[in-house]
Design a protein around this ligand. Structure first.
Ligand code: ADP
Ligand code: ZN
Length: 212
């Protein structure tokens, strides 16, 4: 089962992808995490991506399409994957179709702009494994430390208010059109964020017809 999570930055795609990954037993693939790891490791892809990411812009489609093709061909994706933050443009969505990657459902996580801005200022991510937290809504068990791997939690460089505004602009222009794209294909399921991450996850499983 290949599942796409669509939503504005801060909608909670990464958090939901993590929960779904555990419940469905398929890996979650975050292009944001892959790119941040590439920057940390100083690879050619990382060097290419860094300036775009720091400015809150999108990394060029050809870079993303390369990453995703490579990642999905790995054996752990044989039974499917959860795509978190990709596709983010019509070009990427068309490339996925052309590559013959079958998408079973697209979950659009809907959230107000006000809530996004509030969340982003409290967001922290694990430097080592990429897990995300929120100082208010989704705190780690021990302050500043990742629950999963013990890594250090840091604030992302692109979570500053100016960069967040730029990312929202880019979202409306480049990514929001994917809602119509997948609606036309009969794949779109809408979910409004609710109070807790668990409640939102239940709502996602419900629209997927997978209530436990
Ligand atoms: P968020 O979902 O909070 O916006 P991500 O971690 O998914 O953050 O992405 C961070 C940055 O990485 C984006 O602002 C963009 O520069 C780059 N990026 C990630 N995924 C893609 C993608 N599919 N296409 C283009 N750029 C991407
Ligand atoms: Zn971690």
């Amino acid at each position: 089962m290949n599942l796409i999570l669509l939503g504005a930055p801060g909608a909670g795609k990464g958090t939901q992808a993590e929960i779904l990954c555990e419940k469905l037993g398929i890996p979650s693939i975050s292009t944001g995490n892959i790119l941040r790891a590439a920057i940390r490791d100083g690879t050619a892809t990382g060097l290419k991506a860094k300036s775009y990411m720091d400015a809150g812009r999108l990394v060029p489609d050809e870079v993303i399409i390369g990453i995703i093709g490579e990642r999905l061909s790995q054996p752990d994706c044989a039974k499917g994957a959860i795509l978190d933050g990709v596709p983010r443009t019509i070009g990427q969505a068309e490339a996925i179709e052309k590559a013959g990657i079958q998408i079973d459902a697209v979950v659009a996580i809907e959230i107000s702009e006000e809530e996004i801005l509030r969340r982003m200022s409290g967001r922290r991510v694990c430097e080592a494994c990429g897990s995300s937290y929120n100082v208010e809504a989704v705190p780690p068990k021990v302050e500043g430390i990742c629950d999963h791997c013990g890594g250090k939690l840091i604030q992302r460089k692109d979570d500053t208010p100016e960069t967040v505004r730029e990312r929202l602009k880019v979202y409306h222009k480049e990514t929001a059109p994917l809602i119509g794209f997948y609606e036309e294909r009969g794949l779109l399921k809408r979910v409004a964020v609710s109070g807790s991450k668990e409640a939102t996850n239940d709502a996602i499983l419900t629209v997927l017809g997978m209530e436990q």
